[in-house]
Design a protein around this ligand. Structure first.
Ligand code: AMP
Ligand code: MN
Ligand code: MN
Ligand code: MN
Length: 286
């Protein structure tokens, strides 16, 4: 069987619906060999997930997905093999999450102005006191019947020009890369095809990312079509970057996205995990 690495997943520590334990068990059941939990802007799920992963023969990769504002757009940088005890990383994320919490209050006010009361309270409840994201607001809007499903939410609410939209002010790309590198991790530009950048802007972003020490592009992603993957694979080759793969799993109910269910990297990609062999868990000899 081929090796399955799923290097982009979420738990309840951010906006996923499975606990870290449930996520790891789902990955084990799916015969995933290497799993990274990469919650948005929080390390909160890593300890629990690591403890469960270590009970199974799965290669555990501690990760993060950092929100970045670049060129007035939100982009995501995944960090893999980060040390969760890094004080630089922790301090950076904590500042980011203060801003995230303030944004959530403003989102609630904006929705109230548009006739939707109590959204902040509802979204906070759904986030269980962990990190609060637009996803929690989206779930609130669906649960209370304002919108039929989450996809529709991101068309009618919470996006630029629509009720509930408050732009995030996230990390600079320089800071995000520096936190990941200081934590001993490898930086991956997440789902590059999703940002709807012009071809020129995407190349400019990749060049900056590489100059700052970025390692890999996420070539295979749950949010990429096969054509997206092929064009990102081309960019990875051209810029001499490694390739990563991740489902971006959030919720078992999301159609077509499952932990470990990923197409192979296109030909010619150099997988980011190519030198991780030494870190594979050793199976005790009895
Ligand atoms: P935030 O970091 O709070 O801005 O929330 C962003 C999260 O919202 C993403 O990580 C996705 O999980 C979710 N999201 C954003 N856009 C969409 C979309 N079009 N459809 C479904 N979920 C989305
Ligand atoms: Mn998310
Ligand atoms: Mn993302
Ligand atoms: Mn993600």
């Amino acid at each position: 069987m081929s090796t399955i690495y799923d290097l982009h997943t979420h738990s309840t520590a951010s906006d996923g619906t499975l606990s870290p334990t449930q996520l790891v068990l789902r990955a084990v059941a799916a015969q995933v060999q290497g799993l990274a939990l990469t919650d948005h802007d929080t390390l909160g799920g890593l300890e629990e997930a690591a403890a469960v992963a270590h009970l199974h023969s799965i290669h555990w990769i501690p990760g993060i997905e950092i929100s970045v504002t670049w060129n007035s757009k939100t982009i995501h940088i995944v960090g893999l093999n980060i040390d969760p005890s890094s004080s630089e990383l922790q301090a950076g994320l904590s500042a980011l999450n203060n801003r995230r919490a303030n944004r959530a209050v403003e989102m609630g006010l904006s929705l109230a102005k548009h006739g939707i009361p109590d959204a902040f309270e509802g979204a906070s409840k759904l986030s269980n006191g962990d990190l609060i994201s637009r996803t929690h607001f989206a779930r609130f809007l669906v649960q209370y019947g304002y919108v039929p499903d989450e996809r529709q939410v991101f068309k009618r609410f919470l996006v630029a020009g629509k009720p509930g939209y408050v732009p995030g002010q996230w990390a600079s790309i320089e800071d995000a890369l520096s936190w990941i590198i200081q934590a001993g991790g490898q930086a991956v530009l997440a789902h590059p095809a999703r940002y709807k950048l012009t071809a020129n802007d995407l190349r400019r972003l990749i060049e900056i990312f590489r100059t700052l020490g970025g390692c890999a592009l996420e070539v295979v992603s749950g949010s990429h079509s096969r054509d997206d993957s092929l064009s990102v694979a081309k960019l990875a080759r051209e810029f001499g970057l490694l390739s990563s793969a991740g489902s971006d799993f959030h919720d078992p109910k999301t159609a077509n996205i499952e932990v470990g269910r990923l197409p192979a990297l296109p030909d010619g990609c150099v997988p980011i995990w190519q030198n991780w062999g030494k870190q594979l868990p050793t199976i005790p000899q009895i």
